[in-house]
Design a protein around this ligand. Structure first.
Ligand SMILES: [Zn+2]
Length: 127
């Protein structure tokens, strides 16, 4: 645990988990509870701080990113483009959806990188 972290309790199983000092969340979740939560996500799942062990972050990024796209980007895309997609030939529609998905993935990755840098700077500053 580094000096920018404090110990909090998982809101679901009460186990002690580290949480960055400069992040204020009402709920915390350990990685095991979060995995269970993901199967039946509560509405406010984005507002829960999840303590992901550092060594697991990298291997979880693709999974989390794809999940974010399917839960947040896809429903919006489907709602807005449904009509257009139905009128397209099937291959064209799939190509269009695929390209849009790839585009969202790129912008989401850029977003995440920015967040990471912001967070890194913040923790540097608080030393
Ligand atoms: Zn827990």
């Amino acid at each position: 645990m580094d000096q920018n972290e404090i110990l909090v309790n998982c809101s679901f199983c009460n186990v002690e988990i580290p949480c960055p000092k400069n992040i204020r969340y009402q709920k915390h979740s350990c990685i095991d509870c979060f995995k269970k939560l993901k199967k039946n996500p509560p509405e406010n799942i984005n507002k829960i701080h999840v303590a992901i062990p550092k060594e697991k972050i990298e291997q979880m990024v693709p999974e989390i990113t794809i999940q974010m796209i399917m839960q947040e980007v896809f429903p919006k895309f489907w709602k807005e483009e449904k009509k257009k997609l139905k009128e397209m030939p099937r291959k064209e529609a799939v190509e269009y959806a695929f390209a849009t998905g790839a585009g969202s993935l790129i912008s989401l990755m850029e977003e995440l990188n920015k967040e990471e840098r912001k967070f890194f700077r913040k923790s540097q500053n608080s030393k």
